[in-house]
Design a protein around this ligand. Structure first.
Ligand SMILES: [Mg+2]
Length: 318
């Protein structure tokens, strides 16, 4: 396959905008790094809007609900970003329970993860248990009430949490093993790490999900990127023509694979890697030189790459 095209000229930036009608953005590493907006991104997205382009935000981060994301977008200067444009995996998990597993509203769902999951479950009529229950901060002891399985729990959702401890692992494991491992096990995402503040690389939700997968010896249903089901849901809800849609992200095994496997952009392709987050140019070079060394190698290679999405407005104004 052809090596990815580096976008570095005004003409290439113009062509990119002409080629696609719809833009799907990852958030961490693309729009912002923690609380810092990546320079030029807001102006580039405003430019897209002025050209009648449509967009949506798809993040594997499950710790914040759509409402919390709206507040963050506003805080960083974005105007008019509605809830319908934001797809965090906490929302994807709740909708998967409803739309695909047909778990009825009113059911209890055991949660290992931060607030976002509980909020989105409640919005769809579920009763989250576990999650932010303060008793999960207790020291572990085998007679603890929470280690007794609540028979009304109908599914388990696991995602990113900064409050990982033995009580949370041990209680969640009881649900994953319950009745011959028959409760559905949903994992919000497979991300190993993410670019955090102060230049730190920090553990992401996928490490929690895989911890629980290992200890329970169970596979999980991945509702985050690169899941095709998530892509289909977004394209359908937003009425995006797949062949005119571009995925923009900083992680090859989630974002770029999501765009490539989902056949965005039709025959020409529709994935753009930005180097403003967790992937550096040397990582891309390494992948191109050794595609076979990685499982799914070719589907991880982006169609195009650019130093940051905000660089587009800079190229356009030159
Ligand atoms: Mg990212």
């Amino acid at each position: 396959m052809a090596p990815p095209e580096k976008i570095e000229l005004k003409k290439q930036a113009q062509q990119l905008i002409e080629q696609y009608d719809n833009f799907l953005f990852d958030c961490d590493g693309v729009i912002w790094l923690d609380e810092k907006l990546i320079p030029g991104v807001l102006e580039t997205i405003e430019h897209l809007e002025s050209q009648g382009k449509r967009f949506a935000f798809v993040t594997n981060n499950s710790s914040k609900s759509r409402d919390t994301y709206i507040e963050k977008f506003h805080r960083l200067g974005f105007k008019g970003i509605g809830k319908h444009l934001i797809y965090p995996t906490c929302y994807a998990a709740a909708s998967y329970l409803k739309e695909h597993l047909k778990v009825p509203a009113g059911a209890k769902v055991w949660v290992l993860g931060d607030h976002g999951i509980e909020t989105e479950l409640k919005e769809l009529g579920y009763i989250p248990v576990g999650g932010s229950d303060p008793r999960l901060d207790d020291e572990f002891h085998p007679q603890h009430d929470l280690l007794k399985v609540d028979p009304d729990v109908r599914a388990v959702v696991v995602g990113s949490t900064k409050a990982f401890n033995y009580m949370r692992i041990a209680t969640t494991l009881q649900y994953l093993l319950h009745e011959n491992k028959s409760l559905p096990f949903i994992g919000t995402n497979i991300d190993r790490s993410y670019p955090g503040p102060e230049g730190l690389i920090l553990p992401a939700g996928g490490s929690v999900v895989n911890y629980m997968s290992y200890t329970s010896n169970r596979d999980f249903i991945d509702v985050g990127k690169p899941s095709k089901r998530l892509l289909e849901t977004i394209l359908e809800q937003r009425d995006f023509d797949k062949s005119k849609t571009l995925m923009i992200g900083d992680t090859m095994y989630t974002d770029i694979k999501f765009g490539n496997d989902g056949q965005l952009g039709g025959e020409s392709g529709g994935s753009l890697l930005v180097l403003s987050g967790g992937t550096k140019l040397k990582d891309l070079h390494h992948l191109i030189e050794n595609p076979a060394s990685l499982q799914d190698g070719p589907s991880l290679i982006p169609l195009k790459y650019i130093e940051s999405f905000g660089h587009i407005i800079h190229l356009l104004s030159n």
